[in-house]
Design a protein around this ligand. Structure first.
Ligand SMILES: Nc1nc2c(ncn2[C@@H]2O[C@H](COP(=O)(O)OP(=O)(O)OP(=O)(O)O)[C@@H](O)[C@H]2O)c(=O)[nH]1
Ligand SMILES: [Mg+2]
Length: 499
């Protein structure tokens, strides 16, 4: 059987070129067909590869992935909010109405802590026990009133104030019901109390005075639950957020209790009671009592700063995506930031699956909590917990090629506590009798974290660190840009584009 028509070859120069030799033997013909089949296979393979490359180019380069790690309350979600504010400011602002509910919840919680302190003081007075154990959040504050001293005398007016504020407890339940899906156990009883690690007997007392903290699962679209505030038929949430026809509307009750809340927070006897019980609400997450006038107003809309200060504990993992155009190139790169819950027993087990594929980890170590213990384990100092956690992250072989960026966070509170006279060396024993000032304490902790990285990293890597107050957006924006540049440089280096 002729392989090709010699007649066609006669007229067509290409066909003539490809035509088999005229005296081709059977063996030559078989060999030629095999060679042609092989050539076609190679050519198809090259085509497929080209198509794949073209597709990948259209999709853009591999996304950069950053994981936020650190103990609970270290500032991970607040850092994520800063990324959102930097890259999607419009979307961030569009969610302001939802954050109002969280701010209100934070306020109600602070008030509840004060009311609980009053109740306990009353109970002790009746029981005639004298000295009072602290409730949360506790700071072993050197300049505080002597806790063993007789508690200040509460008058009938204080008790009336307490009674008038009781509807706030309903507000709390109503807001929690909306924030958490029905039947979920997300309103866990977390011990907000920060007892002195060296005083286990106080820790036990604190455990008895547990305060509940609301946690929201990242999978649950809680922000949608408050969309009513935006789509209120009376107009936008900026002009009228409160449903005045609903006697249970949280905004309405808060507004009605506004003067009593302000009176309670500014009352000198109550302040004395809190000091005596070593309760420092002003250093605790979600503190808004100095802004009561503003945030209980019917037209209150949270500012960016309020949203960053609002406290809502994370359960699960949330992911935020954004795109950055790189240099002058028409290439955009996707970035993905992962925020996880930091609670020790409940959340940290969920971190490991994310270790595999991360370009960088931002590790948050709050320096201000040197005088506090973990909510989940009253025997563990919080700074000590951060140090141990850092050690386990830097020594993890799965992360040996991941860039680590350390945020020594909450330096504003660290500064305030040291200025208030709380002794760093009393809690961080290895600090000894070094000067009790910010510069010395901050540098001491920096050296400690740097040394651990040096001693425990499986491979040598640069020590990237920043002293941060992630509630300060201006400062944090600068730092995040810096981190992004570092990650891009490391990324390029790793992909051998530069050496
Ligand atoms: N003053 C001050 N407050 C901060 C700072 N960083 C975070 N906070 C506050 O601390 C609280 C806890 O911060 P989050 O970002 O919720 O902590 P987290 O690490 O996400 O905690 P989990 O979700 O429980 O793991 C929030 O109320 C923040 O506003 C800081 O640098 N300074
Ligand atoms: Mg969080």
């Amino acid at each position: 059987m002729p392989a090709r028509s010699t007649t066609a070859a006669a007229g067509d120069p290409l066909a003539k070129l490809l035509a088999p030799p005229p005296n081709e033997t059977e063996a030559q013909r078989v060999a030629r067909l095999e060679a042609e089949t092989e050539a076609k296979r190679v050519s198809d393979m090259i085509d497929e590869e080209l198509q794949r490359e073209e597709k990948a180019q259209r999709r853009g380069p591999k996304p950069v992935k950053i994981l936020l790690l650190g103990q609970s309350e270290s500032g991970k979600s607040t850092t994520l909010k800063n990324f959102q504010l930097l890259h999607s400011p419009k979307a961030f602002k569009a969610e302001r109405a939802s954050w109002r509910a969280v701010v209100h919840l934070n306020v109600v919680r602070s008030i509840r802590l004060i009311l609980e302190a009053i109740s306990e003081a009353q109970a002790q007075l009746y029981a005639g026990t004298g000295a009072s154990p602290p409730i949360s959040p506790v700071s072993a504050h050197d300049d505080s009133d002597d806790p063993a001293a007789a508690p200040p005398v509460l008058t009938a007016d204080h008790l009336k104030l307490k009674m008038r504020l009781s509807p706030l407890l309903q507000v709390e339940s109503a807001l929690v019901r909306k924030l958490t899906p029905a039947g979920s156990a997300e309103r866990e009883a977390t011990q907000l109390a920060h007892a002195h690690a060296a005083q286990p007997e106080l820790a036990a007392a604190v455990a008895a005075a547990r305060a509940r903290e609301v946690a929201v699962n990242s999978q649950f679209a809680w922000k949608g639950m408050f969309s009513r505030l935006v789509t209120n038929p009376r107009g936008s949430f900026e002009s009228d957020a409160i449903d005045w026809d609903d006697p249970e509307d949280p905004g309405r009750i808060l507004y009605a209790c506004r003067d009593d809340m302000i009176a309670l927070w500014h009352d000198e006897t109550i302040r004395q009671l809190l000091r005596g019980r070593r309760v420092r609400l002003q250093d605790s997450p979600g503190f808004f009592l100095d802004d009561l006038d503003r945030i209980t107003s019917p037209r209150y809309v949270p500012t960016d700063d309020d949203i960053l200060r609002a406290r809502l504990k994370t359960l699960g993992v949330s992911e935020y995506r954004f795109t950055i155009r790189e240099g002058r190139m028409p290439i955009s790169r996707d970035w993905r930031i992962f925020d996880v819950g930091g609670h020790r027993s409940l959340q940290r087990a969920a971190w490991a699956p994310y270790f595999d594929d991360m370009d960088a980890i931002i590790f948050l170590a709050p320096l201000s909590c040197f005088d506090q213990v973990l909510d989940e384990d009253a025997g563990v100092n919080r700074v000590e917990d951060s140090v141990l956690l850092w050690k386990s992250i830097v020594s993890n072989v799965l992360l040996s090629h991941t860039s680590l960026v350390l945020f020594l966070n909450k330096v504003d509170i660290l500064q305030a506590k040291l200025e208030a006279g709380i002794q760093f060396g009393r809690f961080i024993i290895s600090y000894g009798d070094r000067p009790n000032n910010y510069e010395s304490a901050a540098q001491y902790m920096r050296r400690k974290f740097a040394q651990i990285q040096k001693d425990y990293s499986p491979t040598q890597r640069p020590f990237y660190h920043h002293f941060t107050t992630v509630t300060d957006t201006k400062q944090t924006t600068k730092i995040l840009r810096d981190v992004q540049d570092t990650v891009i440089q490391r990324n390029l280096k790793n992909s051998k584009l530069i050496t």
